[in-house]
Design a binder for this molecule. Structure first.
Ligand SMILES: [Zn+2]
Length: 112
């Protein structure tokens, strides 16, 4: 199971790196929008900037959720419940865990 923990920690690190990236991108978009507001209050690009900001916020939200999923998986690993579906308490197939190490549920419960 040490191998699984290593994979999970690696995924967590990658996700956090990505989160830092989206944060920096968002700051750049916000800074650009401030300059534009100074230039022209009714700049047609405002909508684009708002859209980009929403997109980056959504992306950051997704990454945060992924980190939470990985944390929960690491927690289950520590408690010895890793690989057991959190809903039906049946074993999660090894192939599913291999494809998605942070999977909390079996395929049946996930598709419900
Ligand atoms: Zn299940």
């Amino acid at each position: 199971m040490d191998e699984v923990a290593a994979v999970l920690r690696e995924r967590r690190r990658e996700a956090l790196e990505r989160l830092a990236g989206t944060g920096a991108e968002r700051d750049a978009v916000v800074a650009a929008s401030r300059e534009q507001v100074a230039d022209d209050e009714h700049d047609p690009e405002d909508a684009t900037i708002a859209y980009e900001r929403r997109l980056l916020d959504a992306l950051a939200h997704d990454v945060r959720e992924r980190v939470a999923e990985v944390d929960a998986a690491l927690d289950r690993l520590e408690r010895g419940t890793y690989g057991t579906c959190t809903r039906c308490h049946r074993p999660v197939p090894v192939e599913r865990l291999r494809a998605l190490p942070s999977a909390a549920t079996c395929v049946t419960c996930a598709s419900r």
